[in-house]
Design a protein around this ligand. Structure first.
Ligand code: DAH
Length: 338
């Protein structure tokens, strides 16, 4: 026993020195210190050692274990740093790192969030509705007759089922009035779809922000004040805004709103940003017909509505000449907003 232990020790140290990866090192550890390892078995032999030799043999065992464990640890560290070195071979760690460009919000997201922020401060709550709509919510309930051009296949994306991609966010007005009690004061930002010729101011998918305020005594001055305040908050107090009489089936009277766009090096021009008006009683009637209560009876409520083009608002804010820039993901364009 006394000779056996130093033999095990020197054999172990030799094998550790030979191991050239962590796997073979682990094999060595198991072969010596594992359950059936040579040193473990030697230690089990302690019970047969004569009493007077026990102390000496015990000491031999301890120092062998310590020496082997230390050698294993040392070798493990050495193997690891060798592996690290290998992994870094050919890489100059002193080179400056590559730039990781910081991300930024898309201009449409910025303008949408600002618009929502202003309107929420004025008491409007967020509402939502589906982009795949039916004709009732997109047209019929909004007093838009069968023969209206918007209902034409040439202008609108229809599915075989008869459903369609909503042509405006105004359908959310209907969905909200179907499911809530007045007063209603909501905004609904979202996508709208049309078979438009694509050019500098038109895309077939664009972004709108719908608004609806219904209560027992809402008037035209409320509409004008709200939207003028909104546009001046968004573009600055000296922003020029004009309301032009227009026609929409679901409002009476109706207006289009233009904001003066001034781009450096260009003559200032009016750009249309929104449609609006006083909710047509025919719309309330259609809601009223679908509800059991009288909550939206046209004799009881009045309201105003508006729908604006978020893309247009972004174009005005930053003097963007072509709406297509907003969807092309050209990094040279987007970088300017980072
Ligand atoms: N839905 C109209 C459009 O897409 C915009 C609009 C006009 C919305 C008048 C309204 C409104 O809510 O009252 O052209």
């Amino acid at each position: 026993m006394k000779d056996q232990i130093p033999a095990i020790q020197s054999d172990a140290l030799a094998r550790i020195a030979e191991a050239n990866d962590s796997r073979s090192l682990e094999d060595v550890r198991v072969a010596i210190l594992g359950k059936k390892g040579t040193l473990t078995q030697a230690a089990a032999g302690m019970r047969d050692v004569p009493k007077e030799d026990k102390a000496e043999v015990g000491q031999l065992l301890n120092s062998a274990r310590q020496a082997i464990t230390a050698a294993l640890e040392e070798k493990q560290v050495a193997l690891q740093s060798l592996a690290d070195e290998k992994a870094l071979e050919g890489i100059d760690v002193t080179l400056p790192s590559r730039d990781v460009p910081a991300g930024a919000l898309h201009p449409l997201t910025v303008i949408r969030d600002e618009a929502i922020g202003i309107l929420r401060r004025m008491g409007f709550a967020l509402a939502d509705g589906p982009e795949i709509e039916d004709e009732f919510h997109c047209f019929d309930a909004l007093n838009t007759p069968e023969d209206h051009p918007a209902r034409n296949e040439k202008d609108t994306f229809y599915f075989d089922s008869g459903k369609l991609l909503r042509t405006h966010t105004s359908s959310v007005q209907v969905r909200t009035m179907e499911s809530t009690q007045p007063p209603v004061r909501i905004i609904a930002p979202g996508s709208a779809y049309r078979r438009d010729e694509i050019d500098a101011t038109h895309l077939s998918v664009f972004n709108q922000l719908e608004g609806l305020f219904v209560a027992d005594d809402v008037s035209l001055p409320d509409l004008k004040g709200t939207l003028e305040y909104f546009l001046r908050e968004l573009f600055g107090t000296d922003t020029e805004v004009r309301f032009r009489p227009h026609f929409f089936p679901f409002t009476e009277p109706s207006f289009e709103i233009d904001v003066k766009l001034t781009v450096k090096g260009q003559a200032p021009r009016w750009i249309e940003v929104a449609g609006c008006g006083m909710v047509d009683p025919a719309v309330f009637e259609s809601i009223d017909n679908g509800r059991k209560d009288d909550a939206f009876h046209p004799d009881k409520v009045t309201g105003f509505a508006f729908g604006m083009g978020l893309d247009r608002l972004a174009m005005i804010r930053w003097g963007i000449k072509d709406i297509r820039l907003l969807i092309e993901n050209d990094i040279r364009f987007l970088k300017q907003f980072a």
